[in-house]
Design a protein around this ligand. Structure first.
Ligand code: PHE
Length: 515
């Protein structure tokens, strides 16, 4: 550990009322050591100090050699003088060294110390002043040089190097004392009891200190984005549908939604069917009271109980022969298919279920859900066999497609998406249907953000929803906006065993409307 300099500093000051310089008072103590003690003392006004930094000049190895033995040109001159009758140029390197011979000869000529006589060098003067050496000796002694031009020249020749030297000039502060008492960091019951708190030096709070990192649980990004979406729905007056049924019957997942029984979506490749039990034993007539029924759908007293048998028959007829102005699909409808158990492929099964409850007392209503759905898909960077669907439903009298488009603009604007494009699409249960594309400012491109439509009369009227009531529906995935938000390119980094828990713990909160 670095030695504590607080006591030596206070001692040094006790003998002096004038400021002291750290490099004089403590020439061999590292300045970082001195600084930490000065800071500690300064924060309690025991001392005051200022920092002085200045450039200091030291000799390079070559510079030191010249300071000791003379410059190259001086060596050449001395060698020539020592030869008495001139020195053969070819002998020079052997005497003064190759480097000194090369540089020194030229400089000795320039200074007029030697001249050439055939193949010999002769001295032209008896004494010389070795200026370079003199300058270097001054630098060595004083670490400075007043002649700045000469100094620059020595630097250029790499004989002198510059370094920064930090010195502290310190003096007694208003609360100077010889003894530095350690500050109390805690006010203890003992201090209160004895009264010592009155005179204790209490350590000031450091509000700039960083708090210790505490490990904690963390919300998954999908959860954070889900919360954002829920808030958007709630502020727009939506009620949350109960999505507790992962396993659905074919009836609610497909038949009620007018998905024909031969539809590719119902194929084994797309849907996970439950093996055990294979089918639901749910009665085809009135089911037991649903404990998860939405509050708003239970509290009304005018509701007439829905005739399940009739509803079931309506679905049957709509598929097989057509009804309510629809010509139907005209195929033999197999009632057993409706009881097959599937992992729901979309939350629209929940919407259908809730809408049929609404049919008991049709009135304007807004519902949403955000939950898991399952599809028998090949898993790749953007697809998993299960994901979360965000689903919205609006039921009202006299709704039009323009109203749906207008609503989408408001809805997606709350997520920061302000430009939408709609493309005609197909869903068995909606007509018209539209894919929704949004311009994502963050990505700088159009991305597909959802699917939507107006539920078919075949579906709604079968339930008993009146002809003059229309229902909008739309769905989007929760994963997609989450991946975009957090810049995740591979869905497996967001869900499943490849997830990096540090990423989950450290990712920030989101605001959907901020790109
Ligand atoms: N079920 C559709 C899907 O899975 C979304 C949707 C819901 C479309 C309701 C229209 C109406 O993509």
């Amino acid at each position: 550990m670095a030695s504590d300099m607080t006591a030596p500093i206070l001692d040094a000051l006790s003998a002096s009322d004038a400021p002291l310089l750290s490099n004089e008072a403590f020439p061999s103590t590292p300045s970082s050591n001195i600084k930490s003690a000065l800071d500690r003392l300064g924060s309690r006004q025991f001392i005051e100090y200022e920092t002085i930094d200045r450039d200091v000049f030291t000799l390079s190895a070559e510079g030191a050699e010249i300071a000791a033995n003379g410059s190259h040109e001086a060596k050449v001159f001395n060698a020539v003088v020592a030869a008495l009758d001139g020195l053969k140029i070819s002998e020079l390197p052997g005497i003064v060294g190759k480097d000194s011979a090369k540089v020194g000869q030229g400089n000795a000529f320039k200074r007029g110390w030697v001249k050439k006589d055939a193949d010999k060098l002769r001295a032209t003067t008896e004494t010389i002043v070795d200026e370079t050496r003199e300058l270097l000796l001054t630098v060595q002694r004083t670490k400075a040089l007043s002649d700045s031009k000469a100094l620059a020249d020595l630097k250029r020749r790499k004989l002198v190097a510059v370094t920064k030297e930090i010195t502290y000039k310190f003096s007694k502060g208003p609360k100077y004392a010889r003894e530095f008492v350690k500050e109390e960091t805690d006010l203890t019951p003992e201090m209160l009891a004895s009264g010592s708190w009155k005179t204790a030096e209490l350590k000031a709070y450091n509000f700039n200190a960083k708090g210790a990192h505490t490990t904690s649980g963390a919300l998954h990004p999908l959860n954070k984005v889900r919360t954002e979406f829920r808030n958007i729905f709630f502020e727009m007056g939506f009620e949350e549908m109960p999505t507790n049924r992962y396993v659905e019957t074919g009836f609610w997942n497909f038949d009620a939604l007018f998905v024909p029984q031969q539809h590719p979506a119902r194929d084994l490749q797309d849907t996970f069917y439950i093996a055990d039990p294979l089918v639901a034993d749910a009665p085809r007539e009135d089911p037991p009271e649903d404990p998860h029924r939405l509050k708003s759908l239970t509290t009304n007293t005018d509701a007439k109980p829905l005739d399940y048998k009739q509803y079931w028959e309506n679905v049957h007829e709509v598929h097989e022969k057509g009804k309510f102005g629809s010509i139907g699909y005209r195929y033999p409808w197999n009632a057993d298919e409706t009881l097959r158990l599937v992992l729901r492929t979309h939350t629209t099964s929940v919407s259908a279920y809730v809408l049929h409850q609404l049919a008991a007392n049709p009135r304007p209503a807004r519902f949403f859900s955000i939950d898991r759905v399952f599809r028998n898909e090949a898993v790749d960077a953007t697809h998993l066999a299960e994901f979360h669907q965000i689903e919205g439903v609006i039921a009202d009298f006299g709704l039009t497609l323009g109203g749906l488009i207008g609503f989408m603009e408001v809805f997606f604007a709350k997520m920061g998406i302000h430009q939408l494009r709609f493309k005609p699409a197909y869903n068995p249960y909606t007509e018209p249907s539209m894919e929704i594309f949004g311009y994502h400012d963050g990505l700088g491109k159009w991305v597909e953000i959802g699917n939507s439509g107006m539920f078919r009369p075949e579906m709604l009227e079968s339930m008993g929803i009146p002809k003059n009531m229309q229902v909008y529906g739309w769905g989007l995935s929760l994963e997609r906006p989450t991946m975009i938000k957090y810049g995740v390119n591979n869905i497996r980094e967001l869900l499943g065993h490849k997830v990096d828990l540090n990423f989950i713990e450290s990712n920030p909160a989101v605001r959907l409307e901020k790109n």
